[in-house]
Design a protein around this ligand. Structure first.
Ligand code: GLP
Length: 259
C-alpha cells in the first residue's frame, strides 16, 4: 500500500493523473474503473486537461463505473450514468458506448448485477480503479455489515449515506433512493490497481480505520489492506486521525512506498 498525504487537491489530482497517464501510455486499450462523487473531480479535471493537451487519449480505452441508484429515471441529473458523463467522460474522447454502468432500472436487478460482473470480466478486468470512500467507510455503495467477498449486487443505503448524499438532491434526504446496484467488494478487489482519494475532515475517521484498523465488515474499506497495488491519496484534513502519518510522509518522500 502506498499512502500520500498531499498539500492540496491539485497535488492529489496530479499524482492520480500520473497513474492514469502511465497506464494509458503503456496500454491505450486499458480498462478503467470510474467513481462518482466529489472526491475524484479534481482528478477528472486534470485528465480532461491532459487529454486536451494531447498527452493522453481515451479513444481506445473502456470504462466501468462502480455503482448506481435504483429507480432514478435514466435522465435524472443525479443518476450516476448521467453524473459520470457530465463530470468526466463526455469531456474527453471515449468512443461511443465505451463507458458502462449498471442499470438501476433493469426489470431484474439480480440479473443485471450478474450481467455487469460478467461484462467486466469479459473486458479483461479493470486495470485501474479510482475510488472514493464514504464517511462510514463504504466503498462504492458497499455499506458496513456486508460480505467482504461480494459481487455486484443490490444494496440498501444507510441513513448516513442518504443524509450525506442529500446535498446532491437539494438537501432532501427523502429524494435520495433507498437502494443501489453496486460492484461488490470482491469485484473491486479484482481490479489490478486501486487509487483511492479521500479529502476533508469528515473522512478522517474512515481513513484512519481503512489504513490502520482491523479488517472488518464494520469498515468495508479496510479490505484494501489486502490489495497488492493500492495507492491512497489524502489531504491533511482526511489524514488528521492517522497514527502513522509521519511514517507515511517519510516513506512517500523516500519514493518507495509500503508493501
Ligand atoms: C458515494 C458513492 C461512492 C463515493 C462516496 C464518497 O455514496 N457511492 O462511490 O466514493 O459516496 O463520495 P464523495 O467523494 O462525494 O465524498
Amino acid at each position: 500500500m502506498k499512502v500520500a498525504i498531499l498539500p492540496d487537491l491539485a497535488a492529489i489530482a496530479a499524482v492520480a493523473a500520473d497513474r492514469f497517464e502511465q497506464l494509458l501510455t503503456r496500454d491505450p486499450e486499458a480498462v478503467l474503473g470510474l467513481a462518482t462523487g466529489s472526491s475524484p473531480l479534481p482528478l477528472y479535471g486534470e485528465l480532461v486537461a491532459r487529454q486536451q493537451a494531447g498527452r493522453i487519449s481515451f479513444s481506445r480505452a473502456r470504462a466501468f463505473t462502480l455503482d448506481e441508484y435504483v429507480g432514478l429515471p435514466a435522465d435524472h441529473p443525479q443518476a450516476y450514468r448521467s453524473v459520470i458523463h457530465r463530470d468526466f467522460t463526455d469531456q474527453v474522447d471515449f468512443a461511443a458506448g465505451a463507458v458502462e454502468g449498471p442499470d438501476g432500472n433493469a426489470p431484474d436487478l439480480g440479473a443485471e448485477a450478474a450481467r455487469y460482473d460478467a461484462a467486466i470480466r469479459e473486458a479483461g478486468g479493470i486495470d485501474l480503479q479510482i475510488l472514493g470512500i464514504g464517511a462510514d467507510g463504504h466503498l462504492a455503495f458497499n455499506e458496513p455489515g456486508g460480505s467482504l467477498a461480494s459481487r455486484t449486487h443490490v444494496g440498501v443505503l444507510t441513513q448516513r449515506t442518504r443524509r450525506d448524499n442529500a446535498r446532491f438532491f437539494d438537501g432532501d434526504v427523502d429524494a435520495v433512493p433507498t437502494h443501489c446496484l453496486t460492484q461488490g467488494l470482491g469485484t473491486i478487489m479484482e481490479a489490478r490497481g486501486l487509487v483511492l482519494i479521500a479529502t476533508g475532515a469528515n473522512k478522517a475517521t474512515a481513513v484512519h480505520e481503512m489504513l490502520e484498523g482491523g479488517v472488518s465488515a464494520l469498515w468495508p474499506a479496510t479490505l484494501i489492506q489486502f490489495h497488492p497495488d493500492a495507492l491512497v491519496l489524502l489531504d491533511e484534513d482526511a489524514a488528521a486521525e492517522l497514527t502513522l502519518a509521519d511514517y507515511y510522509r517519510e516513506v512517500w518522500e523516500s519514493a518507495s512506498g509500503l508493501d
